[in-house]
Design a protein around this ligand. Structure first.
Ligand SMILES: [Fe+2]
Length: 198
């Protein structure tokens, strides 16, 4: 069964709005991490079958779509508001829209729900883990380890655009240690490495 507002449609929209390879890959990587947290949350809530799958699809979609409008509308005035307005028009659930808004500090939408926290927590980390893979001689995420990621987080010259404090705050919002959060996202990305091209 394919959900009407699920990850297949999210992927289609991401590719419609975003032509750049790296921003598409970023959306996919964040989606993979957020989806993994969705599976944990569905299990924690004791959801089964369709209900669990719907939650997971919403999570994966929020991750996929959080920067959907960034290529066309990168300014603080427009991103992520233009994308959210377009998604609202299409009927996407408010839960997904709020999570997209809440990933931007300046949107005025606080991170309250689990999904809102997860999208924020995975955004910078997915990019950082990708950077950690790409400096391996093999360029494979399979070779990245939690300890190595922690070490690279302290190396200010490495992937300097990635805000370490967002990774740390993200883990804190989820009630996890940085190690646990890195471990969860790393495992999620490693499990779907082929899809991510890593
Ligand atoms: Fe992002």
């Amino acid at each position: 069964m394919e959900a009407a507002f699920g990850k297949a449609e999210a992927r289609r929209l991401l590719e419609e709005w975003t032509k750049g390879e790296s921003l598409r890959k970023h959306g996919l990587a964040v989606s993979v991490c957020v989806e993994a947290y969705g599976r944990l949350e569905a299990a924690r809530l004791g959801l089964l079958d369709v209900e669990a799958e719907e939650l997971v699809e919403r999570y994966a979609s929020a991750g996929m779509l959080h920067d959907m409008d960034y290529e066309r509308h990168p300014s603080l005035e427009e991103h992520p508001f233009v994308g959210v307005a377009a998604l609202r028009e299409l009927g996407w659930p408010e839960e997904v829209l709020r999570a997209i808004l809440a990933h931007a500090d300046y949107s005025g939408v606080a991170r309250e729900s689990h999904l809102e926290k997860v999208v924020f927590a995975c955004d910078e980390l997915a990019g950082f883990l990708t950077a950690c893979a790409l400096v391996k001689p093999s360029r494979l995420i399979a070779e990245v380890e939690v300890a190595g990621v922690k070490k690279k987080m302290k190396d200010k010259a490495f992937a300097r655009a990635v805000k370490r404090e967002d990774i740390t705050l993200g883990a804190e919002l989820l009630g996890l240690s940085v190690e646990e959060h890195v471990g969860n996202c790393l495992a999620a990305m490693q499990a779907r490495a082929a899809e991510l091209g890593l």
